[in-house]
Unconditional design. Sequence first.
Length: 425
Amino acid sequence: MDTREVDGVRAELALFVADVFVALRRKDQRVKSDCYLRGLMLDGRRKSIQAMAGRLPDGNEQNLQQFVNQSTWDPVPVQRRICERMLPLIAPTAWVIDDVSLPKNGRMSVGVAPQYCGALGKRANCQVAVSVHAATDTASCPLQWRLFLPRSWEADDDRRTSTRVPSEVTHREKWRLALDMLDTLAEWDMRPPVVVADAAYGTNAHFRAALTDRGIHYVLSVRADVSAHPLDAEPEAPPRNGPVGCWPPRYRYPAPSVATLAAGLGPKAFTTVTWRQGTRGRLKSRFAAMRVRPAGKAVERPIKAAASSGQGWWDGVLPDCWLLVEWPEHAEAPSDYWLSSLSADTPITELVRLAKVRWRIEHDYRELKHGLGLDHFEGRSWPGWHHHVTLVTAAQAFLTEQRLTPKVPGPASLSTRPSTPSKTS
C-alpha cells in the first residue's frame, strides 16, 4: 500500500487496533501497535524497524525497538482475538499446517541453525516456524505460530540466555508443535473442519494417529513409499504353538506401497476432476480414490498398546481410510498421494478440493514474507520474534478484512480483556 492508501484506512485501522490489542492496557503500546502495522503495510523493500520508522511521519525507531524487542506485553491474547475475528469471516473449509524457513546470517538469532531451508531449496542457516492457517480458495489467515527450536539449542545456555528463550521451551518435532497449536486453539473452543498438510506431516503415522485421537479429520499428503493393505485384505490367526497363549491375527503378506496400489488400478480407474478456477483457467487433473488400511509398526503400536491396557481386544484388522491418487493426463505414472480419514461416503470431488486447498498457504507466505516483512525482522530474542510475528499476522488479518468486508466491524469479544492490568514495560 502507498501512503495515500494507508492514510485512507487509518480510521478502520484504529478501530481494529483498539479491539485486537485491547489486552495491551497502556495507550502508548496500542499507539505503537498502530504505527508498526502501518509500517508493515506501507510499500517498501525492507520492513526492518529502522526502515519502517524512516518511512512513517510518526515513526520513532527507538520507541518501536523497545516495543517489539524489550517490552513484556503478552502476544497470546492478541493472537486469540485475531482468531476470533478471522474464523467467522473466512469460514474456512480446512485448517492447513505448514512450515516456513527464514534465512539468517550468524548464529545468535533465536532458533537459527544449519537446516533445510525451503526458501533457498537447500540446507542453510535459517529459522523455521510451524504455522496453522484457516483457509478457503479465496481467503486465508494464520491462526497460530510456533518457532522450531533445533536440538542444538537445548543445552546451549549462552545462546538461550542471550535470546531469552524460556526455560520450559525445549526441542520438539515440528509435528508435535503442530499438535500443540491445535490443542491451544481447542482450548479457545476453536476446532478445524478438517486438517490438511504436506507429506512431511502426513507420512508420519504418529501425527495421523494423534489427529484421530483428537477427533480431527484430515486429508494429508503422503510419500509414495507409505505402505497400506487393500481394504479387502484380511488378517489370519497364526497356528498355536502349544496350549498356552494366543496370538492375534496377522496379515499374511507385507503391505504394498501406496504407489504399488495406485499402479494396480490402471488408467481407466482415474477420472478428471476440476477443483477451482485458476488465473489461466480451470484447474483439473485425473484422480482415483480407494479405501485402504495403512500399515506399519507406527500404525499398529498405539492399537496394540490400547488393547494391552485393557481397552478391548484387537482382532488384527487395521483401520481403513481413503487413499486419493493423482495421475496427470500426460504423466507416465501417478504423481501425488493423500490419506484421508473422512467418511467412506465422501465424494472424490470433495477429497480433491480439500487436498488442493493447501496452495492457498503459499499465497499467505508470499504476502507475509514479501509484502509484510515476516522475514525482515532483525531482532534476535524469543520475545521479539513472537511480538513481530504477531504484529505481522495482525497486519495480514486487517488487510484480509478490508478485502472481504471493508465496512463490517469484527464481532465483540470479552475473552481478551484481562481482569487485572498485565505487567508491561
